[in-house]
Design a protein around this ligand. Structure first.
Ligand SMILES: C[S@@+](CC[C@H](N)C(=O)[O-])C[C@H]1O[C@@H](n2cnc3c(N)ncnc32)[C@H](O)[C@@H]1O
Length: 376
């Protein structure tokens, strides 16, 4: 396919600007909407975006977008789209849906209508008389209706992009890899500066930092649904994988440490880092945060401590924040970034944040408290 396609990089609420920056860095011009970054790009952007985007949830191919407040409109406008360009005669195309603030609010009915419209179009264009076999590659279609505007898309990613393929073990409250990467990208950390996560759990933030530090594409260790699609030439995937190899900077030295009070989590972190191909690049240490000793200057502490949300845990969380605040007061050249849902964090930490940003950790509304270190 030679003409441009329209892609949507979907994002968690609050991460739109981070994903938009990533897409722009890949060379595409973007339009930003709630939860999605929309851009026109050549087909080669499908492999590149899936391999490189660190903070996006998925990459979807937008097949069409139109007003629809009757089932007839939905059917006809769906059927008018060029599905045959994307879905082969044997393609499997399950349809999922969502509807928000729209006249067509019955999602099962919308899904059934879209399914029927696509099937009719494919049969007509591929010249199939009976039922479509649906035995081939997967093309997961979504009909998303928002204020009577329908967006029809096909998922190019397969499993969500947070599934990098390295996290085999995890604790009770793991961060999504996409959010962990965003937390790192929201700081001014540079790979030559010390980096510490004293609440590392399964190691997600230090591992994402190491991938960023050596410019390793987060998707290098997994597969994508669109690798099976015959209209994306192998050449595009080969070139994207070559770019991944060319741009990785395995010589970049890193000074990244992850520590946690729980010895078991440190073992899991080590295994996950090995799985990510990072071997000995990250130092891991069992330690409680109150025992933290920092010997270097100009470092970055980035952490996702316990939020104290379970009954009885609040006092413990408050004590951890207060301990960290006291320690970091003695290290003014360090920048500190803490993600928590705890409402009185700044009070317990003992200082007002330089900046704070609302972010969602799954369904939990959190703040990302940012204290900028003094420049020496
Ligand atoms: C929300 S989890 C972090 C999850 C992590 N970001 C991940 O992706 O797996 C909080 C972690 O803080 C650790 N923790 C709790 N109290 C601690 C303390 N006083 N000092 C250091 N770590 C502590 C827990 O063992 C847990 O792994």
């Amino acid at each position: 396919m030679s003409q441009n396609i329209t892609l949507i990089a979907t994002t968690a609420m609050g991460l739109e600007s981070v994903v938009a920056t990533e897409v722009k860095q890949l060379g595409y011009e973007v339009t930003v909407e709630n939860g999605k970054i929309i851009f026109e790009a050549p087909v080669s952007a499908i492999p590149r975006c899936n391999l490189w985007l660190r903070s996006a949830d998925r990459v979807k191919l937008q097949v069409g977008r139109f007003k629809a407040d009757t089932f007839d409109d939905l059917f006809e406008a769906t059927k008018a789209l060029p599905w045959e360009n994307f879905i082969t005669e044997e393609g499997k195309f399950p349809v999922t849906g969502k509807s928000v603030k729209s006249t067509l609010h019955s999602v099962p009915d919308c899904q059934a209508i879209v399914k029927k419209a696509i099937a009719e179009k494919l049969k007509l264009k591929h010249g199939v008389a009976g039922n479509l076999p649906e035995t081939g590659s997967l093309y997961k279609v979504e009909v998303a209706i928002h204020k009577d505007e329908a967006t029809l898309s096909i998922d190019t990613s397969g499993s969500g992009l947070h599934k990098r393929g390295y996290r085999n073990g995890q604790g009770d409250a793991p961060l999504k890899e996409t959010l962990a990467a965003a937390l790192v990208m929201l700081t001014n950390w540079k790979p030559d500066k010390p980096f510490l996560d004293p609440f590392c759990g399964s190691g997600t933030i230090p591992i994402e930092a190491a991938l960023i530090g050596q410019n390793i594409a987060p998707g290098f260790n997994r597969e994508f649904a669109s690798e099976e699609w015959n209209w994306i030439k192998n050449r595009h995937w080969d070139e994207a994988f070559e770019e991944v190899e060319d741009k990785a900077n395995y010589d970049q030295k890193l000074d990244i440490t992850g520590s946690d009070i729980d010895h078991g989590m440190i073992e899991i972190s080590k295994e996950n880092a090995t799985e990510a191909g990072l071997g000995d690049l990250i130092s891991w240490k069992q330690m409680q945060a109150s025992d933290l000793v920092l010997k270097k200057q100009n470092g970055y502490l980035i952490g996702n401590p316990p939020y104290g949300q379970r009954i009885g845990d609040e006092a413990e969380a408050a004590e951890i924040y207060s301990d960290i605040g006291k320690i970091m007061k003695n290290h003014p050249t360090w920048s500190v970034y803490i993600l928590t849902a705890y409402d009185h964090f700044e009070q317990k930490y003992g200082e007002k944040a330089t900046k704070k940003r609302k972010l969602f950790n799954g369904f939990i509304q959190t703040n990302y408290y940012q204290y900028f270190g003094r420049k020496e």
